[in-house]
Design a protein around this ligand. Structure first.
Ligand SMILES: Nc1ncnc2c1ncn2[C@@H]1O[C@H](COP(=O)(O)OP(=O)(O)OP(=O)(O)O)[C@@H](O)[C@H]1O
Ligand SMILES: Cc1ncc(CO)c(N)n1
Length: 275
């Protein structure tokens, strides 16, 4: 059997480490692997985190983040990338400069600012830099309910609010597409996302999964979109399939820890071995 370098899809995650293994770098690399995409990483910060929450965050020096991106892109090359928790203004600016310099165009930005529970994950100055320097370079951004409120200036309580926010964010920031995620909504809207690409306003609905173990859904979704882009799929297909991946991972979520457990990525293996 021969192997070919050119046939190996590679994706890069630029994100924080989650010691509990449910979100961040750990969920992204797992998602890439289960898409048969080689995963590379640039770690922005180290969180001490478990199913109950984040107890400490240590930022990496921005030079270290830049060095990781350079090491990966200059030697291995990437077909797609995603950003997650970038923590502070300096790191966001440095990442934005690298994205420009290396012309990373299949860029998925998960604008991690506020967790689903409403906790702020980056400082105030960083929100501005994210909006002005990095988000404009993304092919798609995937804000959750609270991030969509910040980016659109709207209070979001209904499906109509989500639709209006997606359109405002698209107009303001000019990404090819915006996906407003509904995990932070209430009732049946929890599994509903809104896509807007300037023309098509679509509601993405899979089944609602009734579980408390939803940690890492947002990271997994954006990583799965990036993986699908690395595999050469078009953006709309990449998003639809990523949404399905997250839904299935939620149905196999892991009841570990005493708080919110993570989504489960092992389902393709479990199905094969009939465990
Ligand atoms: N209970 C659920 N059932 C089905 N889908 C869900 C559920 N909760 C979240 N999702 C889906 O998970 C994806 C991530 O959305 P969510 O709003 O949870 O992102 P997030 O807040 O960024 O996540 P994170 O917990 O990683 O910070 C979306 O596609 C959303 O519809
Ligand atoms: C490291 C990290 N990135 C992203 C999130 C958002 O889910 C988190 N909780 N932790």
């Amino acid at each position: 059997m021969t192997t070919s370098k050119t046939l190996t899809p590679v994706a890069l995650t630029i994100a924080g480490s989650d010691s509990g293994g449910g979100a961040g770098i750990q969920s992204d690399l797992r998602t890439f692997a289960f898409h048969c995409v080689h995963g590379t990483s640039a770690i922005t910060c180290i969180t001490a985190q478990n199913t109950l929450g984040v107890s400490r965050v240590d930022a990496m020096p921005s030079e270290a983040v830049v060095a990781q991106i350079q090491a990966v892109v200059e030697d291995i090359g990437v077909q797609a990338a995603k950003t997650g928790m970038l923590l502070n203004q300096e790191i966001i600016s440095a990442v934005a400069q690298q994205v420009t310099a290396y012309k990373i165009n299949n860029l998925v930005v998960d604008p991690v600012m506020v967790s689903r529970t409403g906790a702020q994950l980056i400082d105030d100055d960083a929100v501005q830099t994210l909006s002005h320097e990095l988000i404009p370079q993304a092919i798609i951004i995937t804000p959750n309910r609270y991030e969509s409120q910040i980016l659109s200036g709207l209070q979001i309580d209904s499906l109509e609010d989500m639709q209006a926010a997606a359109q405002i964010i698209h107009q303001k920031l000019g990404n090819k597409a915006v996906l407003v995620k509904g995990g932070g909504m209430s009732g049946n809207l929890r599994g509903v996302d809104i896509w807007f690409d300037g023309e098509k306003l679509e509601t993405l609905t899979t089944q609602l999964v009734e579980t408390k173990n939803t940690h890492g859904t947002g990271c997994t979704l954006s990583a799965a979109i990036a993986a699908n882009l690395a595999l050469g799929k078009d953006l709309w297909t990449a998003v639809q399939q990523a949404k399905q991946y997250v839904t299935t991972a939620l149905t196999y979520s892991l009841d570990i820890g005493t708080g919110q457990g993570p989504v489960g990525h092992f389902f393709p293996l479990l199905q094969k071995s009939h465990v």
